[in-house]
Design a protein around this ligand. Structure first.
Ligand code: ADP
Ligand code: MG
Length: 233
């Protein structure tokens, strides 16, 4: 979907939370790398999408009422064939209905399974004084437990992005720790600037979360995305 359609649909439905698919569609236009993701509303459709994309795939709940999809049993990774697509479809719906009996279910997303990389996150929140602020950090346990993140005010230069990456305590992990592949740091710098430009040009966005992004020795790929819009007054 195009930006205007996505915003109009959200407003009509009185939602400020965009679905993962809507969020990824907006990001793709801004040339921010997101994993290919499509919406299925039936099991058959999910199987067709998976076959077209190529296995392995990932399936996730698409619901405006489910923000943390894996906590609700709404994410299945490494699906290898049509039979597993069918099984995952049923299981995801059962799990989510158990956690959120009243959740409005839009469908289930089918996405390509990205190869594993170093998990990083890029986020944006708005500060009452400074406006949009970009956050960068390592993903997973490192950000949740250690809060190892850095912040910069929008708009950002590549120099700001470079400093921001170098500031986190986990930086040695990105440089390639104990024989692990390093991350493509210039690529991450460009990516942070792209996100900064994106939120600068789209003031209707209140919050943004790319969590996680897989950082590779060559490039990076966001596998989850969440955008919250400003309320309309
Ligand atoms: P949540 O809403 O719980 O944050 P995510 O979409 O982030 O759900 O999925 C949970 C985890 O599954 C991610 O942190 C990531 O490690 C993995 N994951 C999600 N999507 C993909 C994908 N397309 N390819 C590979 N791994 C994925
Ligand atoms: Mg996530």
């Amino acid at each position: 979907m195009m930006k205007a359609e996505i915003l109009e649909k959200a407003r009509k439905e009185k939602r400020t939370l965009l679905t993962e698919i809507e969020s990824k569609d907006l990001l793709k236009v801004a040339k921010i790398p997101v994993i290919e993701t499509k919406l299925a509303t039936t099991k058959t459709e999910a199987m067709e999408l998976a076959r077209k994309m190529g296995f392995p795939v990932v399936m996730k709940i698409v619901s405006p009422d489910v923000v943390h999809k894996s906590d609700a049993g709404g994410v299945k990774l490494g699906i290898q064939n049509g039979t597993q697509v069918g099984k995952a479809y049923t299981e995801i719906l059962t799990n989510v209905k158990k956690h959120y009996p009243k959740a409005k279910i839009v469908g289930i997303s089918v996405q390509k399974m990205a190869r594993q990389g170093i998990e990083v996150i890029i986020g944006m929140t708005k500060d009452a004084q400074f406006g949009p602020v970009i956050m960068f950090g390592l993903g997973g346990i490192l950000v949740e437990v250690l809060k190892d993140v850095s912040f910069r005010i929008v708009p950002m230069t590549k120099r700001d992005a470079s400093e921001m990456i170098g500031e986190i305590k986990g930086f040695p992990i990105l440089k390639g720790y104990r024989g692990q592949d390093p991350a493509d740091i210039p690529y991450l710098e460009d990516l942070i600037v792209k996100v900064s430009d994106f939120v600068d040009k789209n003031p209707e966005i209140k919050e943004l979360d790319l969590n996680p992004i897989f950082a590779y020795k060559d490039g990076a790929m966001a596998v989850d995305a969440r955008i919250i819009l400003e309320p309309v007054s």
